[in-house]
Design a protein around this ligand. Structure first.
Ligand SMILES: Nc1ncnc2c1ncn2[C@@H]1O[C@H](COP(=O)(O)OP(=O)(O)O)[C@@H](O)[C@H]1O
Ligand SMILES: [Mg+2]
Length: 241
């Protein structure tokens, strides 16, 4: 069964069509990469899937259930978690507190939330920073904290929105290793990423969108050679990364 199915999804903001009749699906345990130029509608797709925006039309099915209009916190409890492109931790609170907030989405028990949070921080190599104020973390650690907050909710489907932006190459490699490990544990992952070598290395399949419309879909090697994709997108970015 597919973990996520998007059928004919359209999202309008006033007169602007940000997502236009998009179809895509993600098999259970698969990593699907979503790429496209700035403003193509990638984050809007995530926002519709994660329940932040109601779709203007179309159907979204998660784990066999239609989720149009379901609120983000209920989706989170059902096993759908996301990171935000712009990371916004509770800056004056500790790293541990920030991750516990994620854990509280699925448990009311403080000890259990703490235990879950510490486990996730350990997995992300952030345990040694758990007492630091989140606002004092480096960019790389803040990105990892964003992943930690999502993981603490125990997702089946994880949506990662540009979690590698602004990282150094070695830090990118660390995040790639983390995502691979999550896939190894059976998690299904939907990832938006601008760093081409990372998305190419990670994705089982890629969907490319431009002006909210799908222009190409397939295995990374095939997509990278597609003429439309090179014209729309890869030309400059692929050479630069
Ligand atoms: N909340 C919003 N209100 C109005 N317009 C929006 C909103 N979110 C995104 N947009 C517009 O929708 C288009 C797609 O944006 P976005 O999904 O953020 O693109 P991407 O993530 O691919 O860079 C852009 O033109 C953007 O300005
Ligand atoms: Mg975006």
């Amino acid at each position: 069964m597919n973990m996520l199915e998007i059928k004919d999804l359209t999202k309008d903001f006033g007169g602007l069509r940000a997502v236009d009749s998009l179809d895509l699906s993600i098999g259970t345990g698969e990593i699907l990469g979503l790429i496209g130029p700035n403003g193509a509608g990638k984050s809007t797709v995530f926002n519709c899937v994660a329940g932040l925006f109601p779709p203007s039309s179309g159907e979204i099915t998660f784990d066999g259930r239609r989720i149009n209009g379901v609120k983000p916190w209920n989706l989170c409890k059902a096993g759908l978690a996301r990171t935000f492109q712009i990371v916004k931790p509770f800056a004056t609170k500790s790293v541990l507190f920030n991750v516990m907030v994620g854990a509280f989405a699925v448990t009311d028990n403080t000890d259990e939330a703490r235990e879950r949070a510490i486990e996730v921080l350990d997995f992300l190599h952030l345990k040694k920073r758990m007492d630091m104020r989140a606002g004092n973390l480096t960019i790389a650690d803040r990105k990892r904290l964003e992943i930690a907050r999502a993981l603490a909710t125990g997702p089946k489907l994880l949506l990662l929105d540009e979690v590698m932006a602004g990282l150094r190459p070695t830090e990118v490699d660390e995040v790639i290793a983390i995502i691979r490990e999550l896939k190894g544990r059976g998690m299904t992952i939907f990832v938006i990423e601008h760093i081409m070598r990372a998305i190419m290395a990670l994705s089982d399949r890629l969907v490319v969108i431009q002006f909210g419309r799908k222009i190409c879909e397939g295995e990374p090697e095939a997509v990278a050679c597609d003429e439309n994709v090179i014209k729309a997108y890869l030309g400059e970015d692929y050479a630069a990364s």
